[in-house]
Write a protein that binds this ligand. Structure first.
Ligand code: 5RP
Length: 228
């Protein structure tokens, strides 16, 4: 079983959380992309009345391609379910997200969802956040250098994320820059999440403490379910 098969299996399992008439937050990334495609099939085959709320241009385009009608947050009273991937998951189900630079809309939507369901493979499980991945921080462009310097107070080394098929820095869907911050130690994820967001010029950071309800973990042996 290769990694894409593992991701597909997790995405398939996530379909069991979807019911007719739901408003579903659509996450960003390669695992969620499988989920969006499978959800489109389910909606068509079972003639379901589902609306998706995309967290990024990527998920909006995929939803359109998959035949899932989309709405924006200000058109709905509530979000029933949000489904998204993650870059790290600790034993308390705190997350690091934002490799795809979509962390701000992801957090806005997932924070408000009735159920936030996370889809990962077992390589994403860590003992402590920051073990493998930096914490992405979306910042107002004019403030990036000042914020990078300020992060030294937290013992973090921050790097401006550069684009691959574009010269210069990555520009988020909201028109901002991303700093990737490597921390020596993240002792209290919730506290660190709050502290980072209190720096002027920080739009949002990729620590998602205390908001995941269920994590589905794909392994070659099958899908495991972790709950808070
Ligand atoms: C995008 C994200 C992704 O959900 C996260 O990076 C996981 O992606 P993948 O499923 O491709 O590993 O946070 O901003």
């Amino acid at each position: 079983m290769d990694i894409e098969d593992v991701k597909k299996a997790v995405a398939r399992e996530a379909l069991s959380f979807v019911e007719d008439d739901m408003i579903v937050g659509l996450g960003t990334g390669s695992t969620t992309a499988h989920f969006i495609r499978l959800l489109g099939k389910k909606v068509m085959e079972e003639e379901l009345e589902i609306y998706g709320i995309p967290t990024s241009h990527q998920s909006r385009l995929l939803a359109i391609e998959s035949g899932i009608p989309t709405v924006s947050m200000d058109e709905v009273d509530a979000i029933d379910l949000a489904v998204d991937g993650a870059d790290e998951v600790d034993p308390e189900l705190n997350l690091i997200k934002g490799r795809g630079a979509a962390l701000t809309m992801e957090k806005i939507i997932e924070y408000r969802a009735g159920t936030f369901l996370v889809l990962v493979d077992e390589s994403k499980l860590v003992e402590r956040l920051g073990q493998k991945m930096p914490v992405p921080i979306e910042v107002i462009p004019a403030a990036w250098r000042a914020i990078a310097e300020e992060l030294e107070v937290f013992n973090a080394e921050a790097e401006l994320r550069m684009a691959v098929k574009k010269d210069g820095p990555v520009i988020t869907d909201n028109g901002n820059f991303i700093l990737d911050a490597r921390f020596a130690l993240i002792e209290d994820p919730l506290d660190m999440e709050m502290e980072l967001n209190s720096i002027p010029g920080v739009v949002e950071n990729g620590i998602f403490a205390d908001i995941a309800d269920v994590v589905l973990v794909g392994t070659p042996e099958g899908v495991r379910r972790l709950e808070r």
